[in-house]
Design a protein around this ligand. Sequence first.
Ligand code: 13P
Length: 241
Amino acid sequence: MRPLIAGNWKMNGLTEPSAALALAIRHGLADAGAEVLLCPPATQLAAVSALVEGSGIATGGQDCHTRDSGAHTGDISPVMLADAGARYVILGHSERRQDHGETSAIVAAKVSAAMKAGLIPIVCVGETESDRSAGEQETVVGSQITESLPSDFTGIIAYEPIWAIGTGKVPTSADIAAMHAFIRGELIRDQAEGVGFRILYGGSVKPGNAAEILGLPDVGGALVGGASLIAEDFLAIIRAV
Ligand SMILES: O=C(CO)COP(=O)(O)O
């Protein structure tokens, strides 16, 4: 399976810069050894999906509701994401867990809804800095995995240590490899197909560290925030595969 390089644009992207970014990535992508995914804000999803159509670049949402439609002001359903061109959806990102009080149980319900709509969920897990200082990272990530994934899960896991997001701090390669091995073990124990799921690393992935991170065992790609907003940086990360 080729590695997946996913860009999480978060709450960034007005119409013109989003189109320019999507087109720069499309045009700069030479016979990539990676699968490429762009997750723009919901307001840009349909436009970005149209701009990358036929290029092999996929698009995804950054969250979804558990229902397909109904009286849920401000929410976006998985069916709506699929209708706007998405093939993937990021779920349980730490920013949503923190800003919107999303528990792992809520994330699990969203994962099921996304799968039902035919989307591939990318489920984020990761410990805080204090969890790591206390040596609790495996306990925290282990329970996030157990509680955020339905028993029939198929999809992708993204390991994003919260203290590495947007900070320029990255765990050591040994720590990334250890956590990915731990996550793989949990998936194999809990999930019938756990041996095959991709596990992405996310948290301050940049052109300068991408090759080393992507070369680690059980790292099946990267979930990139800040550097995915700069076409040359995102393309350099893709080329590092
Ligand atoms: O949260 C992230 C991707 O989902 C990582 O963000 P940064 O790459 O900006 O650290």
